[in-house]
Ligand binder design. Structure first.
Ligand code: 16G
Length: 231
């Protein structure tokens, strides 16, 4: 029975009858309208909250969440491209942009000697001013001298690497894990309690096979959906 209630609500959201940030009817109203017990309604709502299609505001009711951002995994895309593709406005809050000598782990990942100068760019990524992800990118400074002077609040890293430094980004190796958010990540992402995050690591390669970028990213689990086509 609760699966049926979920299906009805899911289709109302998919069909646009219930739009993002719209308050849904109360448990009591839904119970009357759908002829299901309040316990059944609650079970459906709890599951939909866990899936990220609904959220609550304490004391104010239950609301429809924004549609998740679909990141296709078969193509190498940037955050800017993913956000623009859904008609939203990408931006960043630059949390750090500095040079650092490569510690061993990063040196191994990027295929450079430990101590090699790297650019480290840590950004809070926003779509229509909503925080969605924290990304920490590392690029060998020799590949992109002057990158530390770029204003990344509006610029795209991939566009900059391509147009200013002539690097053609060709492929990437990415790992994805579910995880709990750390307190500072939770705060930056404005993450509701109990919502998990996705941790992504990406090694991005140029067309000549060189590693260009090593990224550690934390994405809001309630706002992201990773899609892959299996053949
Ligand atoms: C994506 C990439 C990231 C890259 C960024 C560039 C992950 C998992 N993926 O988010 O590696 O640095 O795009 O975005 O982090 P930009 O060109 O909009 O700056």
């Amino acid at each position: 029975m609760f699966e049926q209630v979920k299906t009805i609500l899911d289709s109302a959201i998919a069909g646009g009858e219930l739009g993002p940030h719209q308050r849904i009817p109360s448990e009591r109203e839904l119970s009357v309208a759908l002829g299901a017990s309040r316990m059944t309604i609650r079970q459906a709502l709890v599951e939909m909250m866990a899936e990220g299609s609904l959220y609550t505001r304490s004391g104010k009711g239950t609301y429809v969440a924004e549609r998740k951002i679909e990141q296709p995994l078969q193509r190498l895309t940037s955050f800017t491209e993913d956000i623009r593709a859904r008609g939203s406005r990408p931006a960043s809050r630059v949390l750090a942009l500095a040079l650092l000598p490569a510690p061993l782990e990063l040196a191994v990942a990027l295929g450079v000697r430990p101590g090699t100068e790297l650019v480290r760019l840590r950004r809070l990524r926003l779509a229509n001013d909503d925080p969605l992800a924290i990304e920490t990118s590392h690029v060998a400074h020799a590949l992109c001298p002057g990158l530390v002077d770029v204003d990344f609040s509006t610029s795209s890293l991939y566009e900059t690497l391509t147009t200013r430094y002539g690097l053609t980004l060709r492929s990437a190796k990415q790992t994805i894990e579910a995880s709990e958010a750390l307190p500072d990540e939770r705060q930056l992402l404005d993450l509701p309690r109990h919502v998990p995050v996705l941790r992504l690591h990406r090694l991005t390669f140029a067309d000549d096979g060189r590693v260009v970028e090593f990224v550690r990213a934390v994405y809001r689990g309630d706002r992201y959906q990773l899609q892959v086509q299996l053949r």
